[in-house]
Design a protein around this ligand. Structure first.
Ligand SMILES: Cc1ncc(C[n+]2csc(CCOP(=O)(O)OP(=O)(O)O)c2C)c(N)n1
Ligand SMILES: [Mg+2]
Length: 417
């Protein structure tokens, strides 16, 4: 780990990782007491990823968590009581007891989009959020997470390609924890580094030790700033390990013992404590204070959650379908004049001008001839078109301006025979 943050920032990262773990430990107890009604997933050993990446976002930025990103929710400002109540399906929970896991968001204040269970679907959704922010002149970045398994879905590829083509200010964190349910990563993707998937879309990527919270934070910070500056989407692969089964029902006996032992010895919180102690940023007293703060907070939050009632039965038939403004209002926060960003002023000129199937811009930046089967050939002027290359390598040097007449090439070939 490299030293590059301020002391309060280092301690914040520690606090949130410990809080993330403590919230999940408490939920395991509530689960065993039959108080949790939904599925319970664990991010044990992956806390550095959720915390480090979400900590790189600004307040105005947007995120959408997946099942193992409770740490990101905490960093963004969600109260532990809301996470407890969601899992206990209580009336005071963000979804009023209609969901038993973490399918909730906060569009108005915290800028959190609810998770979508269909793996990969958050990628196009968050690309849309990123594009909307750009359209409204908000300079925001959108972030979401995906697993190694989720990175093999069709929508992962469609979504990332779309984000790349739109140069959306979007950062995708790929948590490669080596397992998708009971399938090891090697059995579902033939790549050593899943970050290589970025190459297919022409976007930048990073590979990071997912158990090193400082590395996670500083890489995510760089990616977020690059995306904000208009460099387009960025993919970060975090190498880590899923220490528990897929969910509470899964004892994960299929995981080799040596593999588990290797990763248990690389616990992200233990590694970070070692770093903080070595750098004299934390001592036994400071650690005890943080522990006490977390214990007191969680006891209060758990009591609140336990005292919240279950929803009344009548609630089941309400709020199933959106009924318009009395359900929820979505209003754009215009930061540029509305007339500027709506038609006719926002009309986009077509890139292609095809006079009688003429020519268009080739991927090398130059104008490329098009051959449309039996369409009569058109004369093409070869000359100075390779000037605008959009930052790409210019097309191969072309001969000085000259006109190619259709059939001229075949005529000279005939002459040579
Ligand atoms: C499109 C889709 N296919 C299958 C599932 C069922 N499913 C839920 S989680 C999961 C495994 C996900 O593994 P990975 O993406 O590696 O994430 P991890 O659980 O390791 O965090 C599967 C197959 C789903 N939710 N969505
Ligand atoms: Mg996985």
């Amino acid at each position: 780990m490299k030293k590059e943050l301020t002391r309060p920032q280092y301690l914040d990262l520690y606090f949130y990782m410990r809080l993330n773990r403590a919230v999940e430990d408490m939920m395991v107890k509530l689960f065993r007491q039959n108080k949790i009604v939904g599925g319970l997933y664990s991010s044990l050993g992956q806390e550095a990823i959720s915390v480090g990446t979400a900590y790189a976002l600004e307040k105005k930025d947007w995120l959408a968590p997946m099942i193992r990103n409770i740490g990101a929710l905490l960093v963004k400002g969600v109260l532990p009581r809301d996470i407890f109540m969601q899992h206990m399906a209580k009336y005071d929970s963000p979804t009023k007891g209609k969901d038993g896991t973490s399918h909730f968001g906060d569009l108005d204040n915290l800028h959190i989009v609810s998770p979508i269970s269909m793996l990969g679907d958050l990628i196009p959704v968050m690309t849309g959020v990123a594009m909307a922010g750009r359209y409204l002149g908000q300079k925001i970045v959108a972030m979401t997470w995906i697993g190694d398994g989720g990175s093999s879905t069709g929508v992962f590829h469609e979504g990332l390609n779309f984000a790349a083509v739109q140069r959306a200010p979007f950062v995708l964190i790929l948590e490669n924890n080596l397992w998708a349910y009971s399938t090891p990563v090697r059995k579902q993707v033939p790549l050593e580094n899943l970050a290589d998937r970025a190459k297919a879309y022409g976007i930048q990527s990073y590979i990071v030790d997912g158990n090193d919270v400082v590395a996670m934070y500083s890489t995510a910070k760089q990616a977020v700033e690059r995306a904000r500056a208009g460099e387009g989407p960025i993919l970060i692969e975090a190498k880590t390990f899923r220490r528990m089964g897929h969910a509470q029902h899964d004892p994960a006996e299929y995981v080799p013992k040596e593999m588990r032992a290797y990763w248990e010895a690389r616990d992200p919180i233990a590694l970070y404590e070692k770093f903080l102690t070595g750098e004299k940023l934390l001592d036994a007293k400071g650690r005890k204070e943080i522990e006490e703060k977390i214990n007191a907070l969680l006891a209060k939050e758990r009591d609140f959650a336990e005292n919240s009632p279950m929803p009344p039965p009548e609630l089941a038939e309400t709020g199933v379908y959106c009924t318009g403004d009395d359900c929820h209002k979505i209003r754009a926060k215009w930061e540029r004049p509305v007339a500027e960003v709506t038609p006719p002023r926002s009309r986009v000129e077509a890139v292609w001008t095809v006079p009688g199937f003429g020519s268009g811009k080739g991927s090398g930046g130059a104008r490329a001839p098009i051959h449309f089967g039996d369409t009569p050939p058109v004369e093409h002027t070869i000359g100075n078109e390779a000037k605008s290359t959009n930052g790409r390598k210019p097309a191969a040097k072309v001969a000085p301006k000259k006109t190619v007449k259709p059939g001229a090439a075949s005529a000279s070939r005939k002459a040579r025979r």
